[in-house]
Design a protein around this ligand. Structure first.
Ligand SMILES: CCCCCCCC/C=C\CCCCCCCC(=O)OC[C@H](COP(=O)(O)O[C@@H]1[C@H](O)[C@H](OP(=O)(O)O)[C@@H](O)[C@H](O)[C@H]1O)OC(=O)CCCCCCC/C=C\CCCCCCCC
Ligand SMILES: Nc1ccn([C@@H]2O[C@H](COP(=O)(O)O)[C@@H](O)[C@H]2O)c(=O)n1
Ligand SMILES: [Mg+2]
Ligand SMILES: [Mg+2]
Length: 214
């Protein structure tokens, strides 16, 4: 949702930054890796240990690198196949670190229900992206969904940031909302894939790209 709504306005901010970093001699791959390392460090070092507000600020800064590397690729004039895979793989690592850290924080502070919500967010988020990746691999195009990566990051980080500022139940509300939205989105994506597969199979001359069943 946010991806389709905010992408073009976000690009207007990120494109000049991307051009500047490219001129400074940095590569998109380096920004992808540094951004991911920053998200992991902020999550493990700050969020997991209970420094929720500081952690939110650090993770937010580095998570935005995911938008800068794409801007750099556009400024360079092309993306690479390796860049596509590196970017998506690093997204999974960053997502795992963020929600894994929130789960660790919740269990370490005896908030078991919150920990369960964070684990649901973690697993659902990975499955949501995995379904899309597998659909891409068999050339099935699917559209937007309820809780894509931008929504997951924004909800998780706003919840953690507000909790860090002392707002009661902010993280609980954000993570349970996201857990439910995440589970709904897993089903939504599978339904989208099923529809796309049925439509593709009905086209004349269609050949499945799936391997034969053994
Ligand atoms: C008083 C309040 C106190 C609380 C403080 C809170 C502060 C921070 C709160 C929120 C800010 C959160 C910002 C998070 C920005 C998230 C950006 C993001 O994740 O973008 C990624 C997204 C998708 O990117 P890709 O195309 O590269 O990745 C694809 C994705 O991984 C797919 O996964 P799927 O979605 O399917 O699960 C894969 O399938 C695919 O392979 C992969 O390529 O990019 C977008 O969606 C673009 C739109 C982003 C919209 C961002 C909105 C930003 C909103 C607020 C910004 C606030 C900035 C604050 C700066 C503070 C700095 C210190
Ligand atoms: N190291 C990278 C990172 C990204 N790309 C290209 O950008 C696209 C992703 O852009 P986002 O703004 O959504 O991150 C990606 O699909 C690649 O085409 C790249 O080439 N190298
Ligand atoms: Mg990126
Ligand atoms: Mg990305």
């Amino acid at each position: 949702m946010l991806n389709s709504l905010a992408r073009s306005s976000v690009s207007k901010v990120m494109d000049p930054i991307g051009r500047g970093l490219l001129k400074a001699g940095l590569s998109p791959d380096l920004v992808t890796v540094v951004g991911t390392a920053g998200v992991v460090a902020g999550s493990v070092g700050l969020l997991a240990t209970g420094y929720l507000f500081a952690g939110t600020m650090v993770v937010t800064f580095f998570v935005l690198c995911d938008l800068v590397d794409g801007a750099m690729a556009r400024a360079r004039g092309y993306g690479t196949d390796f860049g596509v895979v590196l970017d998506a793989s690093c997204d999974r690592i960053a997502d795992g670190a963020l929600f894994g850290a929130l789960a660790y924080y919740a269990f370490a502070t005896d908030q078991r229900l919150l920990g369960i919500a964070a684990l649901i967010c973690l697993v659902a988020g990975q499955v949501i992206s995995y379904v899309k990746a597998r659909a891409d691999s068999v050339a099935l195009a699917i559209g937007g969904a309820l809780a894509e990566r931008a929504e997951r990051n924004v909800l998780g980080l706003v919840g953690a940031g507000l909790a860090g500022l002392g707002v009661p139940y902010a993280l609980d509300v954000a993570l349970w909302l996201l857990a439910v939205a995440g589970l709904v989105t897993v089903v939504q994506r599978l339904v989208q894939v099923r529809r796309a597969a049925v439509k593709a199979a009905a086209e004349p001359g269609h050949r499945s790209t799936g391997r034969p069943a053994l």
